[in-house]
Design a protein around this ligand. Structure first.
Ligand code: SAH
Ligand code: DHB
Ligand code: MG
Length: 227
């Protein structure tokens, strides 16, 4: 599926073609995932879902660490949530937080249709109001909401983690803008402060990786809480 990349470039079409090739082979879609993207579009949600290859990667991370409890900050229509929920063993849970009622409504319909009501706990509210009410620890945490609050989210993630918890941050490249220390973009500033906190936090060991694909030029951070 072609979509308008968040960070277009002259190579966008080629990046999308490779994403499509990989996704068809390795992260094939199905009725529930297709219906989720369709519902999100019909409900007017922004196309900020992870790509299929990224969703599959989140699921693989979860399985690599044997995650049973996953926290997601920023649900949108639950596309990434569904990928992670499907990677859980029986009895596993994804707790996901969304403050926009329209987004949460679409997410609820998508989760129900996918048969994941018992696996996904959707909390509707501002992440900074919900996070203090959650029981620790989580085995994996995916941070993908409002980037200016990322410095708060990484502190909460640490609070809600245990040694071995992995913390993934989405959209840390932002078409290359992250490398500009003079940027006055609130998203870039939030992501830079988030990365600086991760770098200076002795409990975390981390990296970040650039990605190109159907979403254009962006990337993930990946951290693990030290034993
Ligand atoms: N993880 C999703 C995409 C999330 S987009 C996926 O890949 O499919 C980011 C979401 O964070 C949006 O739906 C937005 O409404 C939500 N959000 C933004 N600020 C928030 C806040 N303060 N608390 C909770 N959710 C927030
Ligand atoms: C935006 C947010 C996302 O989570 C994403 O994956 C892509 C774009 C945005 O706010 O522009
Ligand atoms: Mg994102």
């Amino acid at each position: 599926m072609m979509r308008i990349p968040d960070y277009p470039s002259a190579d966008s079409t080629r990046w999308s073609k490779v994403d499509e090739y990989f996704a068809d082979l390795l992260a094939p879609t199905d009725d529930h995932l297709r219906a989720t993207l369709k519902e999100n579009d019909a409900s007017g949600l922004p196309a900020h879902d992870v790509s299929a290859t990224q969703g599959k990667m989140l699921g693989l991370f979860a399985r690599m660490v044997g995650a049973k409890r996953i926290l997601e900050i920023g649900t949108l229509g639950a596309y990434s949530t569904i990928w992670m929920a499907r990677a859980l063993p029986p009895g596993g849970k994804v707790v996901t937080i969304e403050f926009n009622e329209t987004h949460a409504g679409a997410a609820r319909r998508n989760i129900e249709r996918a048969g994941l009501n018992d696996v996904i706990d959707l909390h509707v509210g501002k992440a900074l109001d919900i996070l203090p009410t959650l029981a620790a620890p989580f085995d994996m945490i995916f941070i993908d909401a409002d980037k200016p609050n990322n410095p708060h989210y990484i502190r909460w993630a640490l609070q809600l983690s245990r040694p071995g918890t992995i913390i993934v941050g989405d959209n840390v490249v932002r078409g290359g803008a992250v490398a500009d220390p003079a940027s006055d973009d609130a998203n870039v500033k939030g992501v830079r402060e988030f990365l600086e906190i991760i770098a200076s936090e002795p409990r975390l060991d981390a990296t970040a990786i650039q990605t190109v694909g159907e979403k254009g030029w962006d990337g993930f951070s990946l951290a693990i809480v030290r034993e």
